[in-house]
Design a protein around this ligand. Sequence first.
Ligand code: NAD
Ligand code: MG
Length: 394
Amino acid sequence: MRRVSVFGATGSIGQNTLDLIARAPQEYDVVALTGGRNIAQLAADAVALRADLAVTAHEELLDDLRAALAGSGVEAAAGQAALIEAATRPADWVMSAIVGAAGLAPGIKALEQGATLALANKESLVTAGPLLMQTARAHGATILPVDSEHSAIFQALVGEEMAAVERIIITASGGAFRDWPMERLAGATLAEASAHPNWDMGQRITIDSASMFNKALEVIETKEFFGVKPEQIEVLVHPESLVHALVGFRDGALMAHVGPPDMRHAIGYALHWPERRALPVERLDLAQIGRLSFCAPDPARYPALRLAQQVMAQGGMSGAIFNAAKERALDHFIAGRIGFLDMARVVEAVLTQMSSDLSLLNAAISLDNVGETDHLARIRADEALRGLMQQSQT
Ligand code: NAD
Ligand code: MG
């Protein structure tokens, strides 16, 4: 039996992961499941899958979780320290599917145990890519990409040498607003930004898809994980979301990964790697689909892509600053305090301001330093937000 833990088990990726595990329960010994406020879901899954431990990120929900698990034999725990403790419990395979920078520390702890880390939490690579990769190497641990584009790249690279790779192309659906006229974007509502045309995902990544902040994170993720240069990475708008990525080799060949927009493919690939097992995903009928379309992203529409270039050029703590400012700007958009286009304005202001502090920018990438930088960037984002609000009042 393989010992598995799922961080962020109650989310979109987490639930898809449990769906695959629940199809062959005899193969898995579930160690820990973690979640947030959805205690009923967390407890139900922990009991059904006979987990050793269930953890909610929120300390104040410990009694609720205990009550929901009463008599089941599943241990209950809550809070940040409990999440870290869960990550130190020996497991063979760990799904990292917490959303945001909060996913970094548990992922690092799992790697320190030598676990195979299935990485959906792209924020880990954006905020602390070198630390994550180095921790894996030091402990003989493996990181497997779960983001659909990165799983696609990883699969296109099987049997290939990185030296033969000329370029990597990741596709973007264009998100909810790809067909909107630019003038309408400033007034886009939360509900409109939360409706993805092709993928069913958590709310935060769905909004990040509409703004292309998700693709910006993924470009950085590509650089950190595959070790390619920024100029080797391209973004291609592909509204059908069937080609997930392409790898271009030095002989001119392009290897494309084509599949339905169902995260159980990428999750299942990481779960069974290096084997390829049957998965319950739709089989595409390309004759019926008929055609696929592609176009270049419009830089004016998607400032996030330009900011990703700045982050990669600067390196160091830029990724942590960028991600934290983006998370905070997104909080404010979700709370209705700023408009859709203001998110990029806030992020750019914070990135520009904090990047001028070279000792901060070039500090060693440790968990502590990344945490401090993340905290500061959120404060700066709040200040930038207040600046924006004053501007709009005058
Ligand atoms: P989600 O919002 O549906 O779920 C997030 C999970 O994290 C939940 O279990 C929630 O309880 C938990 N969580 C939230 N904040 C937390 C905190 N501060 N501490 C601990 N736990 C916390 O998100 P999702 O869409 O499943 O995305 C998860 C990760 O996977 C993200 O990094 C996202 O970018 C990435 N990803 C998601 C998809 C997708 O299809 N949903 C695709 C590619 C990558
Ligand atoms: Mg993706």
